[in-house]
Design a protein around this ligand. Structure first.
Ligand code: ADP
Ligand code: ZN
Length: 761
């Protein structure tokens, strides 16, 4: 076989050809740990070939020139100036970890969320990638193109040597001697000869110690779509064909076939050799979800939080090489290094878990918009209960809106009824969790062979322990939170910091022995269900029962098999599950989130009730929903009962507008915390004053609220104060940046800046 001449003998031009002594190559470097700005370093001749934006470097820093690690973010050919630059010491990565578009995205995140670029870079690159987990250092071989060129055509080499040379030139990356011998089907002899002749160079490099995961083959055909699905798909395909950025919001009721639309849109992307990223909430990242994509696409890379460093690194490499056309993952999968991204899908776009609650406090939905814009590709957002932020943009014409108001196969949406707990409480003497109406509906469903889901968004047995004699409430000494009684363990537990004490039998202050346990948690609900239905297998799902790895999967499998007839739990069971045999969903108390001091309380309640209602009526038997509430007339509950998202949004948006809350204004929340209440409060005041001053400029239309104690005024022994600024995005960010620049907090006081906050407690 002839040697592929072009590949073997064409040499790439050197990236930085430098005959001109008056110019120098300068690398802008962001230090992983160091002052938050860029530093210029001289690129010495020996590193010219290996330095590149997106690779990490080692450089001397400070008066003592201690070695530090940083990210090369830019290269510039500059005239040699007056300033004498320190030279880079070495380049750490063999290839760029972040392509230019991703580098720009990380910079956008740093600017938008007011945090250090380095913190974003370190968050975007998983630790496993940075430490190159699962790899080892070894000898790698590559072709010396210059030497080969001098050989002449055709090269005069023994056949075996020519084979080996060709195999190495054809390989996309350097090979170990063993790999080359296998690829060229030769022994070590020809390779050694080539090395001796200088045609092959040897250098140190990294190889994987574990084999990449076998990818299954696709094995399932696409479904024939209904007209609503068709319309949604056409909208996406149109944007794909136009090769332009567009955000498409699919508002589709639960079970309307949104996932099928995503899948067929992705198919379209893959046909052109490009890749897609699918983001789902971590809690929905179940084998059921993943299998659905694997059955269609085979090679699906999954990024979830339980991967080991080595697994994550291997996935990362596989994705970067384009070997996984589909990446499915939670929040951070938005940073997946796919080489030719064609589409991003973000399912359940209203979910608050897309917002990260540590630095960088990014929202994957907003990062997805930025990435899709930068890569000039469509972004699909899907939900039965879209966030009001996305809804308003769609209504304003910034996003394309596709409605899917019907379930597939003409399955009806379940009927939803409310049970007024005010009436129920008055009527019965028992203080049980399950009303009579709920009880008879459960009996009916179970006798009919159906299954039941009960939602109660509070774990533990009793959520409140109080002495009726003196009024004392058992609280966490470190947090401003009442302890919850966990009966099985006989403890009172802080749900924030896990502080626990033995459950008291008498009042700790006055000694009264009739201390009262009240408030309803999932443990107590479970006890009640078992007492009522002793013959039915019942399973509780909450963070207490789902501690061990795999327990989530096992529980769902037991419910799917039909052995378990009643599934009860916290919001963990409200989302995404698809069990055709569930004919009743009961919401034990719809009001748990309704009165929280959070401007999204009504939205959350509407979402939770609608989502859990969506778990029934998915099979031929149909299904119904019963919602126990003290506020049956609340607009959020009334809208959820009627499956009427538009009515909910129409009622809620004017309230937001009046109060200048998102989506009508942007918001930044600052939380200041410290062990001393007065010192923390006074520092919070200082920040608020500086913010007000920064917003005094004429033409600014923003306001400062606070400082005020946070709703959780003390956590883990620290007092917490909050400041909220509301107004137009650019004004807010420049004001916060100005007000906090160079600010030194007192000892033991910390502050955080949360742009577009989701957590308000
Ligand atoms: P959603 O994501 O909107 O909740 P899914 O895509 O999961 O809806 O669809 C719900 C169920 O209906 C799934 O079991 C799916 O396989 C099925 N399904 C979806 N589209 C069709 C179709 N066009 N014909 C028949 N069944 C469908
Ligand atoms: Zn606590």
């Amino acid at each position: 076989m002839p040697v592929p001449q072009r590949q073997l003998f064409e040499t790439e031009p050197e990236p930085w050809e430098l005959d001109d002594q008056s110019r120098q190559l300068v690398a802008a470097v962001v230090l992983a740990e160091g002052p938050p700005r860029e530093f210029d370093y001289l690129v010495p001749d020996g590193l010219r070939a290996s330095v590149e934006p997106g690779r990490r470097v080692k450089a001397p820093f400070g008066p003592s020139n201690r070695p530090v690690v940083g990210y090369c973010v830019r290269l510039e050919d500059q005239p040699v100036g007056r300033r004498k630059l320190k030279p880079l010491s070495s380049v750490l990565d063999e290839r760029s970890l972040l392509r230019p578009a991703m580098l720009r995205l990380t910079r956008w995140i740093a600017e938008h969320y007011l945090c250090d670029w380095a913190a974003v870079l370190e968050a975007v690159l998983p630790a496993g990638v940075r430490i190159q987990a699962g790899t080892r250092l070894t000898t790698l071989l590559s072709v010396d193109e210059d030497a080969v060129q001098k050989l002449g055509t055709p090269p005069k080499l023994a056949a075996k040597q020519l084979d080996a040379l060709r195999a190495l030139a054809d390989a996309k990356r350097p090979m170990t001697p063993g790999e080359l011998a296998r690829a060229a089907r030769c022994g070590p002899g020809p390779i050694t000869s080539l090395r001796r002749k200088g045609l092959i160079r040897a250098h140190a490099g990294r190889v994987n110690t574990r084999l990449p995961e076998e990818m299954p083959a696709a094995c399932e055909k696409h479904l024939v779509m209904n007209p609503d699905q068709d319309r949604a798909l056409k909208t996406i395909v149109k944007a794909l064909d136009a090769r332009r950025h567009q955000t498409i919001l699919i508002h589709g009721v639960t079970g309307s076939g949104k996932t099928e639309v995503y899948i067929q849109a992705i198919q379209e992307v893959i046909r052109f050799g490009r890749q897609a990223i699918v983001l789902v909430p971590e809690i929905s990242l179940t084998p059921q979800t993943v299998d659905r994509f694997r059955r269609r696409f085979g090679a699906v890379a999954v990024l979830h939080s339980h991967l080991s460093d080595a697994e994550r690194h291997a996935s990362w490499q596989q994705i970067a090489e384009g070997a996984a056309p589909v990446v499915v993952g939670a929040r951070s999968a938005i940073f997946a290094p796919v080489p030719d991204l064609g589409l991003i899908v973000l399912d359940e776009e209203h979910e608050s878990s897309f917002k990260q609650d540590s630095v960088p406090r990014y929202h994957a939905r907003d990062v997805a918009v930025a990435r899709a814009e930068a890569e000039n590709i469509p972004l699909v957002l899907g939900s039965a209960t879209p966030s009001l932020e996305s809804w308003r943009r769609a209504k304003a014409g910034r996003y394309a809106l596709v409605e899917m108001p019907r379930r597939v196969m003409d399955r009806p949406l379940p009927t939803v009824g409310t049970i007024d707990l005010r009436v129920e409480r008055g009527r019965s003497l028992s203080s049980g969790a399950i009303s009579r109406q709920m009880l008879s509906a459960m009996r009916e469903s179970l006798e009919d062979g159906g299954q039941v889901i009960l939602l109660l968004n509070r774990r533990g047995f009793s959520t409140h322990i109080q002495c009726p004699a003196c009024g004392f409430v058992v609280r966490c000494p470190e947090c401003d939170i009442a302890l919850t009684h966990h009966r099985k363990e006989a403890i009172a537990l802080c749900h924030y910091c896990d502080y626990e004490v033995p459950a008291p039998t008498a009042c700790p202050t006055c000694g009264f022995t009739g201390i009262r346990y009240s408030g309803l948690g999932t443990q107590r609900l479970e006890a009640e269900v078992r007492a009522r239905f002793p013959d039915m297998l019942c399973l509780r799902m909450d963070t207490d029962t789902m501690q061990t790895p795999g327990s989530h999967q096992r529980a769902l499998a037991a419910f799917r098999s039909g052995k378990v007839r009643i599934l009860l739990g916290t919001q963990m069971i409200a989302k995404g599950l698809d069990f055709p045999n569930v004919t009743l969903v009961g919401v034990i108390n719809a009001d748990t989130a309704l009165h929280l001091p959070d401007f999204r309380a009504a939205e959350r309640t509407f979402q939770l009730v609608t989502q859990v209602a969506g778990r029934t009526g998915r099979g031929p038997k149909g299904g119904r929903v019963l919602v126990q509430t003290f506020s049956p007339d609340h607009p959020a509950i009334r809208a959820a009962v009627r499956h009427d998202y538009a009515a909910f949004a129409a009622g809620e948006l004017p309230i937001r507008e009046m109060l200048r809350y998102p989506p009508f204004a942007d918001m930044i929340r600052l939380v200041i915390r410290g062990r001393s209440e007065p010192i923390t409060a006074s520092f919070a005041n200082t920040i608020a004053e500086r913010l007000s001053a920064a917003l005094q400029q004429p033409g600014t239309d923003a306001r400062v609220l606070g400082p005020a104690p946070c709703p959780f005024a003390r956590l883990r022994g620290r007092y917490r104060f909050q400041i909220q600024v509301q107004g137009p995005d650019d004004q807010l960010r420049s004001a916060v940046a100005a007000a906090t620049a160079g600010l030194q907090p007192p000892d033991d006081v910390q502050w955080i800046v949360d742009v577009d906050p989701v957590e308000m407690l």
